[in-house]
Design a protein around this ligand. Structure first.
Ligand SMILES: [Zn+2]
Ligand SMILES: [Zn+2]
Length: 112
């Protein structure tokens, strides 16, 4: 390791940037630029990209699953309510429920 504030490869040159993977201080000649990120070497670049891809993939997947589960529960609750209104409206002849049942088409769509 070089002195703080100086390039690890050129102790006489002030460090302009640092590697985003290993945080080594680097002068402009030693910087490896890739998509706006600075690296000290190809090894750090590929390590960083591999880690980053795994991280992004993991965090992109979780909300999608959560959304799907919530949507599924929502649809299920609506279906149960629909069936309950249909059954109670049809069997018990409660006027209000019957009206709602008729408004919804009398039967759940899957029984038509
Ligand atoms: Zn590095
Ligand atoms: Zn350097």
């Amino acid at each position: 390791m070089g002195r703080a504030g100086f390039c690890v490869n050129h102790p006489e040159r002030p460090a302009e940037r640092s590697c985003v993977q290993c945080h080594k201080a680097l002068c402009n000649d030693c910087v490896l630029l890739d998509e706006g990120d600075t690296f000290c070497s190809r090894k750090c670049l590929s390590r960083y990209r591999t880690f980053h891809r795994a991280y992004v993939a993991e965090h992109a997947r979780t909300p999608l699953v959560t959304t799907l589960i919530r949507m599924g529960i929502g649809v299920l609750i609506l279906l149960i309510l629909w069936v309950l209104i249909y059954i109670t409206g049809g069997v018990l002849h409660v006027p209000v429920l019957k009206a709602i049942s008729e408004f919804l088409g009398g039967k759940p769509f899957f029984l038509r």
